[in-house]
Design a protein around this ligand. Structure first.
Ligand SMILES: [Zn+2]
Length: 417
């Protein structure tokens, strides 16, 4: 069970049938008429009509203009009202803290980036986040009564049951920090904590590249590499909420040594530091960059990686060659995971992808398809870039709240009345 800390104004707005209706409308992007909702959900016309009326009154839905198509009866599409509900998303990352305010459609209404939390005391970072939230709301002109809650996305390991960040890498002061309780107390909002890749996968499914996809993967490429997995419309969290740690998946039998004792784990083969090391070995970057990436200081590693990316942007053939070669290893990971989970769509994001995706993406289709097994017929796996950009995890964190409030979960049947 995920921890959702109850604040002062928690109310699960949607019962099960309401959530089913919202889910159908959200997936349609262009909206659905009452008749279409009834057809897709199996709910009776009367039930749909009652639910829609209540949701129009409460501002969760809006009605479009009547459209006549061909000889059919005119239809009036219903869409989610963007201002019907909001959620705050926080992404804790060693390089920075990102906070966003997202509307019911998952669109970013306000955004702020705060300095690296790596050297600060967690209590200071939590206090800063709590201070930023009212400012974001003010900037967007949104009242706190419209905010369903705050989603907090952190690198693992975390304890989702207690809402505690345990001891993630590169965040030396973050040991057993009860972020959910502390933020809920300061803000009076319900707070949900999830792992960063889980949040991203939820966000892409709520509003992004894997919307409406029952079987999808989200691959996050950053200092660490992780995957968020959805199977049969369910996000896999695992026993402790820490599923998705793929850092030791071997993608290159002759790759660099990993501290785990293996060679060519994806974490050490495709990390920014490893790409910089490859670039130094190929004489694309000077040897001074080796000291930087071996310092394990995230900021120094990032600046050396930025130097490589600048060369790629400038079209430097050697730099592009280094990245191009690593596409083979990225494809290997995607193929293995897609085979394991029988996935239809793989979305890739994260800082490494934002900088190098334009090199990777055109290569991946050709590299991934030949390795796929168990794909009867011609249904290929499609590989796409994130639709949520740099803020994918922060947006995903906010979507955790929307998903909790409005997605039809089996557990909500018990809550419905
Ligand atoms: Zn390893």
């Amino acid at each position: 069970m995920r921890a959702l800390r109850r604040g002062t104004n928690l109310s699960r707005v949607a019962g099960f049938n309401e959530a089913v209706v919202i889910d159908a409308i959200r997936r349609a992007r262009d909206g659905l008429s009452r008749v279409e909702i009834s057809g897709q959900t199996g709910l009776s016309a009367q039930t749909v009509s009652n639910i829609v009326r209540r949701m129009l009154e409460s501002g969760l839905l809006q009605e479009g203009d009547r459209v006549t198509q061909g000889l059919g009866k005119p239809r009036t599409p219903l869409t989610l009202h963007p201002d019907g509900r909001y959620a705050v998303g926080v992404h804790l990352d060693p390089l920075m803290v990102t906070i966003v305010l997202v509307n019911l459609r998952g669109e970013v209404a306000a955004h702020v980036q705060r300095p690296s939390p790596a050297s600060a005391e967690p209590s200071e970072v939590v206090a800063d986040i709590a201070a930023q939230v009212p400012l974001l709301l003010e900037r967007a002109g949104v009242g706190i009564d419209l905010v369903a809650g705050l989603g907090f996305a952190s690198p693992g390991p975390i304890n989702t049951e207690h809402g505690t960040v345990l001891d993630p890498p590169h965040l030396p002061h973050w040991r057993y920090v009860p972020v959910a309780d502390e933020l809920a107390e300061r803000l009076g909002l319900p707070v949900v904590l999830d792992k960063d890749v889980v949040a991203a996968a939820v966000g892409e499914r709520w509003t992004g590249a894997t919307l409406g996809q029952a079987n999808s993967l989200f691959l996050y490429l950053s200092t660490g590499i992780g995957a968020g997995v959805a199977v049969d419309d369910t996000i896999l969290r695992g026993s402790t909420g820490n599923a998705g740690d793929i850092g030791h998946l071997i993608v290159d039998a002759r790759g660099p040594a990993c501290h785990c004792g293996q060679q060519g784990c994806i974490g050490v083969t495709l990390s920014p530091a490893a790409l910089v090391e490859s670039a130094v070995a190929a004489r694309v970057l000077g040897g001074a960059h080796l000291d930087a990436v071996r310092s394990a200081d995230p900021a120094r590693v990032d600046s050396s990686f930025a130097a490589l990316c600048e060369l790629v942007d400038a079209g430097d053939a050697g730099a592009v060659g280094v990245v191009d070669a690593s596409a083979v290893q990225l494809a290997k990971a995607i193929t293995t995971l897609a085979n394991m989970f029988d996935t239809d769509v793989v979305a890739v994001g994260g800082p490494t992808w934002m900088r190098l995706g334009k090199v990777y993406l055109p290569r991946l289709d050709d590299l991934v398809q030949p390795g796929l097994v168990h794909r009867p017929g011609t249904k290929p796996v499609s590989v796409v870039g994130t639709a949520l950009g740099e803020d994918v995890i922060a947006v995903g964190a906010a979507c955790l709240v929307l998903d909790h409030e409005f997605a039809p979960a089996v557990s909500s049947i018990a809550l419905a009345h």
